[in-house]
Design a protein around this ligand. Sequence first.
Ligand SMILES: [Zn+2]
Length: 314
Amino acid sequence: MTARRYRWWGAFGWLLLSWLVPSLASGFEPEVVQVAGKRYAIVGEIGPRTPRNHGLNNTLGFVVTDEGVVLVGSGATPEGARLIEAAVAGVTEQPIRLVVNIGVQDHHWMGNSRFVEQGVPILALKRTVENQRRRTGAHLTRMRQQVGEEAETVSPLVAAEPIDADRHAFTFGGVEFELIWPGDGHFAGDAVLWLPRSRTLFAGDYIFHDRMLGVQATSPVLRWREAFHALAAMGPEHVIPGHGYPGDLAKAKRHTGDYLDLLVARVGKALEDWTDMEEVIEEMADAPAFDELKFFDDWHRRNIHQTYLQMEGQ
Ligand SMILES: [Zn+2]
């Protein structure tokens, strides 16, 4: 075949494939990163939700066991969940047998319906499920703005039989797991999945790596900081964050814990000194330990502002 013909067929083949496989057309695929052994992170886009990334702008994960895959988080939409399923299939032939929901925010669970339809059970703590339900309307409104029409495909199914406890230990496929609520974090009702033997922590949105975390009105910053310290005290060796690439505890401290400490300490001091908000924001604007984090310029001042509002109201 001549080079020219080959190019023509190449382009045609690509078009055909793009039509058959929508994710190729969108060009977005989450990245699978092996954490250690049979434990993996699924790293979505480190940026905003967009139609292209199907709202999958966060990090999920999975564990391959002898009895199938335990998936931690299902993405923001059924199509996002399909991409997650494909990502898992890229490393193992084991089917997904259990989905654990540790996050209240959309991109941790709004793809559940794809797995429920296949008969895969969803496991979550009761307080996670209650907050997922409470936030469903707000999350869908935001998703419509960010991913557009695809938001209409979401069927917001939650765990059918949530666990009424703050700690739940279970064994699946020979692997020990613990679902733990360490206190509220980025959202009230968030939780973590802990593998005690390998000291692996699926930390969800308690921990952000590589990008600046966002303190929102729905993020109780004082409790989030306490929860971070509770997680650090568990001594994880491997941390799969809710956003960004996996790492160790030192990285989690550098990118999340130290920053929450800084916000709470500096804003707390400013409130004691009756310093007004604008002044604190100016004083804290330079934060060289964190300004390498992606979206520092977008979020840092907002975080100080939100921390001030919350702590002033305490
Ligand atoms: Zn998130």
